[in-house]
Design a protein around this ligand. Sequence first.
Ligand SMILES: [Ca+2]
Ligand SMILES: [Ca+2]
Ligand SMILES: [Ca+2]
Ligand SMILES: [Ca+2]
Length: 507
Amino acid sequence: MFIHHHPLFRSSTKGIAVLIAIAALTACGGSGGSSNAGAEPSPTPDPAPDPEENTPPVAYFSADDGVHGYELWKTDGTAEGTVMVKDIDVDFVPELSSTLAIKKTPAAAGPIGSDPSDFTTIGQRTYFIAETESHGAELWVTDGTEAGTTLVKDSKPGADDGLTKILGTVGDKLLLASVVDTSTYPEGSLWISDGTEAGTVFLADLITVYSGVSQVFTLGSTTLISANSETKSGKLWITDGTPAGTQAIDGSSGLNSASNGIRLGDKVYFIGNTDTHGSELWVSDGTEAGTQLVKDINSGSSGSNLYRFTVMDGKLYFKASDGTHGAELWTSDGTEAGTQLVNDINIGIQNGFTSTPLAHLGQLFFRGDDGVNGNQLWVSDGSEAGTVEREINTTGPAYVSGLTAVGASVVFSADDGIHGAEVWISDGTEAGTQLLKDIVVPDGSSTREGSYPTQFISLDSKAVFFAQTADGEGNHYYQPWVTDGTAEGTQLIKTINPNGDAVNAPI
Ligand SMILES: [Ca+2]
Ligand SMILES: [Ca+2]
Ligand SMILES: [Ca+2]
Ligand SMILES: [Ca+2]
C-alpha cells in the first residue's frame, strides 16, 4: 500500500499514545544526537577534503514549482542559489490515481512530486525520505547536486513503502523507522544506516505496533527513541542493538506508557503514565532504578497534562496543569522540590500557556494568553517576575507562530490587528519587539492584509520562510523569503511557482 507522506498525514499522529525505547547501541555508540557532538571516530579512513566545504550553508526544503510537484529544493538565501535539486519522482503523474493526487496536494490540483521530508545533515550529505512510484517511501541522500541525489536503499523492494521516517542520528549514522508490515518485516522495526546500501540494515524490533517513531535522544552511549503507537500503551525499552538484547523497563512504580521525551544532561525527561499518578513528569538514565517519577504535579491519579518540553540553562520548561492553575509554564531542575510553576499567566484555573517555547540566549519566547489580551508574545527568563507579555495586538489575539532564532533576536509571524499576519522580530524587550516587514499591503488589486508567514527555516545567521506574496495580478501565493533580522534584509528570494503556492498553506 502506498501510504502518502503529506504533512497532513505526518501531523495526524499527534495525540496518539507514544512508545519510548532506550537503545544502548554498542555497535554505533556515539554520543552525538542531533548536535552530532562527540561522534566516535569513523571506522573508514577520512575522505579527501571536500571542495564544497567552504561553500555557504544551504537549507533543503520541499516545494512545488507548479510543474514538478513537491520536490527537493535548496536555498542559500539568494535567488541564484535557490533551485530544485532534482525531479525525484518523474514517473508519477496525477492521471494514475486521482485519490493519491488529492492526498498529495489537498489544496490544489497539479503535478505529483516525491514529497521529500525529514532532512538530516551529516557532514556534507543530507538525508531525507522521498516517495516514488517505483520505490515507495525510502531513504535518499543528496550532496546538493542532481547527480549526487540518489536512493540509498529500497529497503522494501518495489513500490511498497519501506523506511518512512528519519528518527535522528547516532554519531555519524542514521536511525530510521520502517513501515508496519506483518508479512515481510517486523512491525514497527528500527533500522540503522551509515548512508550506504549495504550499511542500511534492520536493527531491532522494538515496538509491537506503531505508526511512526518520532524522537531520538542520546545519553552517552545510550539512545532513547519515542514512537507513536496506535493500539498499544508504550513502554521504555533498552537494547544492545540486537533483538535478543531488547527489553522493557517498567520503572520504579510500573509504567503504563511513556512519551514525549527531552534530553537534559545525561538523563531523559518524559511523560510517564501510571495508575497511581496519571501522566506526570518522569526521568530515566536508561536503567531500571534510574527510571522514576520526578513529581506528581497534579496530585493523585489525575495527570498534569504536561507537554511542550524545552531546555534552557540547565533546566526543563514545559506546560503542565496542577489542577488549580490551569495549563501554565512550569520548570524543573530534575528534583521534586525544584519542579515548580513559573508564572500563572492566566490567573486561576484558566489556561495561560499555549505554545512550545523557543529558548534563545537565556530567554524563552512563546505564545501566551493572560485571559484579557488574547494570545500574544510572551518572554521569560525562567523566573515569575521575569515572565512578561510583549503585547503585539491591542485589539485581539496576535497569533504568534513560527518562532525562529536570527542573530540575537527571534523572528516569527504575528498579527498586530493593523497589518495582518506578517513577519515580526523580537529581542525580548518591548522596544525591540517590532513589525519587521509589511509584506502584503492592501492595494487596488486586493484588500487583503497579511502575508501569513510560515515554515521558518534557520539558515546560518538568517532565516528562510514562506509568505503569501502578491504577484501583481491580485493573487497571493506562498513564495520563499529570507531575513537577516533587518527590514532591508527581508526580501523575496525568488518566485518558485508563478501560478500557485510553492509550499502548502498552514492548516
Ligand atoms: Ca520500496
Ligand atoms: Ca497526578
Ligand atoms: Ca492559570
Ligand atoms: Ca500586511
